[in-house]
Design a protein around this ligand. Structure first.
Ligand code: B16
Ligand code: MG
Length: 217
C-alpha cells in the first residue's frame, strides 16, 4: 500500500540546531541576555518569531516592534551564513538509506518543517529531488503542535492522514502528528518523546523490516 512519509527537517534530516544556537546566542548576548544550550533545546521545532519572544521573556526584556523585526532578520542573516557552508556530509546518519528504501518501495515522501529556510537547506545537502511535496514555514500559518504543516503535506501527497507516518525530533512535532491522526516516530530521546508511537535514537536503528510493516499496515 502507498503510505505518506513526512519528514521534519531540523533535527531529523540535518542538525541545524547548532547553527540556530550560535545565531541566537549572539543576538541574546548583544541584548545582555545569557543563552544556554539547554535553552536552545527548548527552541527546537519552535517558529522564529516565538523563539525570539521566548528569549526576550527569559531575559525579562521588552523591545519595540521595529527592533523585534530587525533582530529577527539579523539573526536569520547570520544563520544563513552558516547554512551557506552546508553540504551533503551534514545529512544525519542513514537518512539517505531510509529515503532511498522508501523510494524503491514507491512510497510518497514529503517534508514538514517549521523552517522558512527549509528549501535552501535541502538544496545545500542535495536532497530536494527526494521529496514529492515540501511544506515549510513559508506555507503554514499555525506552528506545531498545530497539525497544519503535516495535514498540508498529506494533502499535497494525496494520501489520507491516517495513512501517513511522521518523523519528528521535537515534542511539539510529535504532538502535531498525533493530533493529525498520523503514526508518529520520534527521533531522539525516548523519555522526552514519550508521546510518540515509536522512538529511535537515529535512523541507523530503523530497519527495512520496520518500514515494511509500516507500509503493509
Ligand atoms: P527558521 P523544524 C525548526 O525547524 C527548528 O527546529 C527551529 O529551531 C526553528 O526556530 C524553526 O524551524 C524556524 O526556522 O528560522 O529557519 O525559519 O525542526 O520544524 O524543521
Ligand atoms: Mg525538528
Amino acid at each position: 500500500m502507498k503510505k505518506g512519509f513526512i519528514f521534519d527537517l531540523d533535527g531529523v534530516i540535518v542538525d541545524t540546531a547548532k547553527y540556530h544556537f550560535l545565531a541566537w546566542q549572539n543576538l541574546a548576548n548583544s541584548l545582555g541576555i545569557s543563552f544556554s544550550e539547554e535553552q536552545n533545546e527548548q527552541l527546537k521545532g519552535v517558529s522564529r518569531i516565538r523563539s525570539l519572544e521566548k528569549i526576550l521573556e527569559w531575559g525579562n526584556k521588552t523591545i519595540s516592534e521595529e527592533e523585534f523585526t530587525r533582530l529577527m532578520s539579523e539573526k536569520n542573516e547570520e544563520y544563513l551564513v552558516y547554512i551557506s557552508k552546508m553540504d551533503a556530509s551534514e545529512i544525519l546518519p542513514d537518512v539517505p538509506r531510509v529515503l532511498d528504501y522508501l523510494m524503491s518501495k514507491e512510497q510518497a515522501i514529503a517534508l514538514g518543517s517549521a523552517s522558512k529556510n527549509a528549501r535552501v537547506i535541502l538544496d545545500k545537502v542535495d536532497l530536494t529531488a527526494k521529496f514529492q511535496a515540501i511544506v515549510d514555514g513559508t506555507n503554514v500559518s499555525k506552528a506545531k503542535p498545530d497539525p497544519e504543516v503535516f495535514l498540508i503535506g498529506a494533502k499535497e501527497l494525496g494520501i489520507s492522514p491516517e495513512n501517513c507516518v511522521v518523523f519528528e525530533d521535537s515534542v511539539a512535532g510529535v504532538q502535531a502528528a498525533n493530533i493529525a491522526n498520523m503514526i508518529s516516530i520520534g527521533i531522539g530521546d525516548a523519555k522526552v518523546l514519550h508521546e510518540a508511537d515509536y522512538v529511535f535514537n537515529d535512523f541507523t536503528e530503523i530497519k527495512e523490516e520496520f518500514i515494511n510493516n509500516l507500509v503493509a499496515a
